[in-house]
Design a protein around this ligand. Structure first.
Ligand code: SAH
Ligand code: SF4
Length: 336
């Protein structure tokens, strides 16, 4: 029989495994802690579990890990490319914003099926979804050396197209016997997948949602994003409103600013209009270069203009780190 990966099992599943193997129930929590809090990747390291019991576990299970291939460092940023079991490669970025804010930007897929023109991940196409373990392993690798306060699903891929694995990983990261990362400090960033937003609305956790609007006009947005099944802005806003009615949670509208593409006065007016339909905060993202086709817009000017239209609007500018090592938003990619 093929061995199974213990890292992908949640606490309830581990309890089931323990009872099958005649191990006492409280050992499930110990095993969970070894894997998800202490980042152990060998069953031999389960020091509080008896040797005979460890051997029993080893016959049926293993613990997966991902291998760091390449590390790149810049000021306050660390980017690591990891090789997965099948040779595919993903990237993960650690950002140190000082004080207690240390953010890990993780990947949810190898490549991305959405194919946005301005995004390096979009240009590489879609290879496959990441497993729960592969998502968690990115975090545990960095957690060995850093106290991570925030997790953002803003690396490679569209997290709501890998919904079950992303949610299972987020819940494990939030578990108090794991890294215990507050759910409101875990952000899922989406291009706007209606089915995913609906399912997300049914989740009890306080996880946060960010929507990448890209352009406030459907024709421009469709051209930039290129995905055939992309819902319209009004369909997405309706789904987000339902989500907010259910959860009462504020969302973020992410807006990557592209010169002469989505930075006109019309864009500003329309963006303000859309934002008034939602309980939201706008986060302007300076464009990070991914090729010669686009140039970044002036984010400071754009922000002031939004404020002139609506002085009460809540708008911030994302502090992008790591452009010099291609570790900033939209720059992650791999050839494998
Ligand atoms: N697929 C998800 C999450 C990953 S992208 C999504 O699109 O939301 C995370 C953010 O990076 C998105 O808001 C996206 O619009 C932005 N982004 C993509 N390419 C970029 C680039 N070249 N420069 C700046 N931001 C970019
Ligand atoms: Fe995919 Fe997001 Fe990049 Fe678009 S911006 S290609 S949805 S990762």
């Amino acid at each position: 029989m093929q061995k199974q990966d213990l890292k992908s099992k949640n606490l309830t599943e581990l309890s089931g495994i323990c009872s099958q193997l005649d191990l006492s129930k409280f050992k499930a929590k110990e095993i969970f802690k070894f894997i998800h809090q202490k980042a152990k990747t060998s069953i031999d390291d389960f020091t509080t579990i008896k040797l005979t019991e460890r051997n029993q576990l080893k016959e049926l299970f293993y613990i997966s890990a991902i291998a760091p291939l390449k590390t790149e460092k810049a000021k306050d940023v660390l980017k690591i490319a990891f090789e997965l079991g099948d040779g595919k490669v993903i990237e993960t970025v650690f950002m140190d914003y000082g004080k207690d804010r240390k953010t890990l930007c993780i990947s949810s897929q190898v490549g991305c099926p959405i194919g946005c023109q301005f995004c390096a991940t979009g240009k590489m196409g879609f290879k496959r979804d990441l497993t729960v373990s592969e998502i968690l392993s990115q975090v545990y690798f960095f957690a060995k050396d850093h106290k991570i306060s925030n997790i953002v699903f803003m690396g490679m891929g569209e997290p709501l197209l890998n919904f079950d694995n992303v949610m299972a990983a987020a819940k494990t990261l939030n578990n108090e016997s794991g890294l215990n990362i507050a759910s409101r400090k875990i952000v899922i960033s989406t291009i706007g997948i209606i089915e995913g937003i609906k399912k997300f609305a049914g989740e009890s956790k306080q996880l946060r949602l960010a929507w990448s609007l890209v352009s406030p006009f459907d024709e421009v947005r469709k051209k930039l994003i290129g995905h055939k099944g992309l819902p319209t802005i009004s369909e997405t806003v309706a789904a987000l409103k339902d989500y907010q009615n259910k959860t009462k949670r504020r969302i973020t509208i992410e807006y990557v600013l592209l010169k002469e593409v989505n930075d006109s006065e019309n864009d500003q007016q329309q963006l303000v209009k859309i934002s008034k339909n939602l309980d939201c905060h706008i986060n302007l993202i300076p464009y990070n270069s991914t090729g010669p086709n686009y140039i970044g817009g002036d984010v400071d000017k754009f922000r002031s203009s939004l404020k002139k239209i609506d002085p009460n609007i809540n708008v911030t500018i994302r502090k992008s780190l790591g452009q010099d090592i291609s570790a900033a938003c939209g720059q992650l990619s791999s050839t494998n």
